[in-house]
Design a protein around this ligand. Structure first.
Ligand SMILES: Cc1cc2nc3c(=O)[nH]c(=O)nc-3n(C[C@H](O)[C@H](O)[C@H](O)COP(=O)(O)O)c2cc1C
Length: 220
């Protein structure tokens, strides 16, 4: 393994910069306050801090403004409230793969106010694979990355409104039932589920790895 000195001048500059400490406040602090407030919240209630209408608007804005490779806009969402939300978690509980280990956990999600389902429209993804053959192998990966950005945007926005959310992956075992129950087009591929509701508890404690091992900055 190379020693620090072998990386040359750039790594020395990085070390100096690192020791300077935090810079003064800037506009991005608002953004990072929201980012720091986003946590996985598993204890959620049937109530909501904002109207269902507002939740719908947040999801629409995020779907509209989240970036995507080649502006492909292949992400799709379905927002479930009330009995539709309850049905999703009942169906998940009935799935033999999940019942035994996670019954209590699934009841916890059902106790929430709603769930957002995230999909990728594979007709769109395949269309871009055919159109841009050079990047054919990348589009599946990019579509998942873009979907993650969308998930993050909605997760963070809802939590700034005082809601608690978590990110779940009971796909693919619930895919067929979800398609049938919510009349989802056959080409939409389920990526994630995000149950949410008014916060009913605190997040788990969280440890952070040293940033020195995770961020390298090269500077003149
Ligand atoms: C791509 C991805 C997949 C995840 N999948 C799950 C999941 O299936 N179930 C779950 O409870 N949390 C899941 N999480 C949440 C992480 O466990 C959580 O974000 C991480 O432990 C950090 O905690 P925090 O969200 O409170 O900051 C996922 C997060 C990401 C980014």
């Amino acid at each position: 393994m190379a020693r620090l000195s072998e990386y040359g001048e750039a790594s020395r500059t990085f070390q100096v910069l690192w020791r300077k400490g935090k810079s003064t406040n800037t506009m991005s602090d608002n953004f990072f306050n929201a980012a720091k407030g986003r946590r996985s919240i598993y204890a959620i209630k049937k109530s909501s801090t904002i109207s269902d209408n507002k939740i719908g608007e947040i999801v629409q804005d995020a779907v509209k403004y989240a970036p995507s490779a080649f502006n492909s806009q292949s992400a799709r969402t379905v927002v479930l409230f009330g009995r539709h939300h309850d049905k999703l978690w009942e169906m998940t509980k009935e799935s033999p793969e999940h019942y035994a280990q996670t019954e209590k956990r699934l009841d916890g999600f059902k106790a929430g106010h709603g769930t957002i389902l995230f999909f990728e429209d594979m007709t769109v993804v395949r269309g871009f694979q055919e159109k841009f053959v050079k990047y054919q192998d990348q589009f599946l990966n990019w579509s998942q990355q873009a979907n993650g950005m969308l998930q993050y945007m909605i997760w963070t926005a809802l939590e700034t409104e005082g809601l608690g959310c978590s990110l779940q992956h009971y796909n693919p075992s619930i895919d067929d039932q979800v398609k049938l129950e919510f009349q989802i087009p056959a080409e939409w591929s389920l990526v994630a589920q995000m149950p949410f509701g008014e916060r009913g508890g605190e997040p788990n404690s969280k440890e952070f790895k040293p940033l020195e091992d995770r961020v390298k900055i090269f500077h003149d």
